[in-house]
Design a protein around this ligand. Structure first.
Ligand SMILES: NC(=O)c1ccc[n+]([C@@H]2O[C@H](COP(=O)([O-])OP(=O)(O)OC[C@H]3O[C@@H](n4cnc5c(N)ncnc54)[C@H](OP(=O)(O)O)[C@@H]3O)[C@@H](O)[C@H]2O)c1
Length: 292
């Protein structure tokens, strides 16, 4: 890794983490090429899932193999994150036998992820979403305990949870032996960018990962204050949003398929918004602000 790249890494919660994450959903046959391109551009944290319906985890693994063979990139330079997904989030291409216990489903899904990614150790293993919309069910506790055992035996460094509400997150924090290190949620400006969950994350040293930061919030680009910021910093609307995320202490995900956008996304590491601007962006499309 070059010195320049090294400086980009940051330490959060005692772990060296990249402030950016490249997401590999919906890339299908392009997964290998785009994952390679993203890493060549400088992304070091890669998000995938053993959910063939939306991800092609095998393609991510092929990209890694190719890069290990042809570049200076090593496994140690990368942060690999994948997920366990319940049957209801999958299609017929399941990575486990659905009649097996949830504990075994986790074991089978995880070992198939290890094979797909050619990695004995996964940096972050994420529950893709709880089994129920209200609270947490028995299935979730069985799955979480099975995920904890992956940490206990050294196959996983951190656990995460996705698509979770604040009640569910509080339950998990209160009852789990190993609390999540990551929450990965869709992040809407209308909820002050998932502020309630982000605050909970801050209180418990959990790192928030936000997805759909641009796609779920495109309206923001028409706000006069936001337009002025784009003009002032000579940045695009996604760049301002992504920079806001990084400075607010959370990790943005991008799933861009464009080389130019990969460059632009990483350029967000090289400018700074003021504290006032961050506060204003946080409230810009919130319901409270709109009522004024
Ligand atoms: N846990 C979950 O349930 C869940 C759900 C959804 C997503 N995710 C994860 O999050 C990742 C990202 O998903 P996402 O929904 O945020 O993004 P996405 O659907 O992959 O799309 C990002 C969009 O933003 C555009 N974009 C990115 N950078 C841009 C830039 N600098 N300028 C203009 N447009 C830009 C891309 O267009 P171009 O391609 O043209 O650049 C694309 O249309 C996924 O790949 C996946 O890993 C997780």
């Amino acid at each position: 890794m070059t010195k320049k790249l090294k400086e980009k890494w940051t330490t959060i919660n005692g772990a060296a983490l990249d402030p950016w994450m490249y997401g590999t959903a919906w890339k299908e046959a392009q997964t290998q090429a785009l994952t390679e391109m993203a890493i060549q551009h400088g992304f070091r944290a890669i998000d995938t899932a053993n959910q063939r319906k939306h991800y092609h985890e095998v393609g991510v693994g092929e990209a890694l193999q190719e890069l290990y063979a042809t570049s200076e990139i090593t496994r140690g330079d990368l942060f690999l994150q994948t997920k366990f997904t319940y049957q209801r989030g999958q299609d017929h291409r399941l990575p486990y036998d659905p009649s097996a216990s949830y504990a075994l489903q986790v074991e089978h899904s995880f070992s198939s992820s290890q094979e797909h990614l050619h990695a004995s150790m996964i940096d972050s293993y994420v529950l893709h979403g709880p089994s129920t919309e209200q609270g947490l069910g028995d299935a979730d506790w069985e799955v979480w305990e099975s995920m904890e055992s992956l940490v206990d035996r050294g196959d996983v460094r951190f656990l995460g949870v996705s698509n979770i509400n604040s009640t569910q997150l509080k339950l998990l924090i209160d009852r789990a032996s190993i609390t999540p290190s990551f929450v990965q949620n869709r992040c809407y400006a209308t909820t002050s960018w998932d502020k309630e969950i982000r605050d909970l994350c801050d209180q418990h040293s959990i790192i928030y990962q936000g997805f759909s930061l641009w796609t779920a919030n495109r309206l923001i680009k028409d706000h006069p204050f936001f337009r002025a910021l784009c003009d002032q910093y000579k940045k695009t609307a996604p760049q301002i949003i992504f920079r806001f995320a990084i400075q607010s202490g959370f990790i943005p995900l991008t799933g861009t398929s464009s080389s130019r956008h990969m460059t632009e996304d990483l350029e967000t590491l090289h400018f700074e918004l003021t504290a006032d601007e961050l506060n204003r962006i946080e409230r810009l499309l919130s319901r409270q602000e709109q009522r004024r």
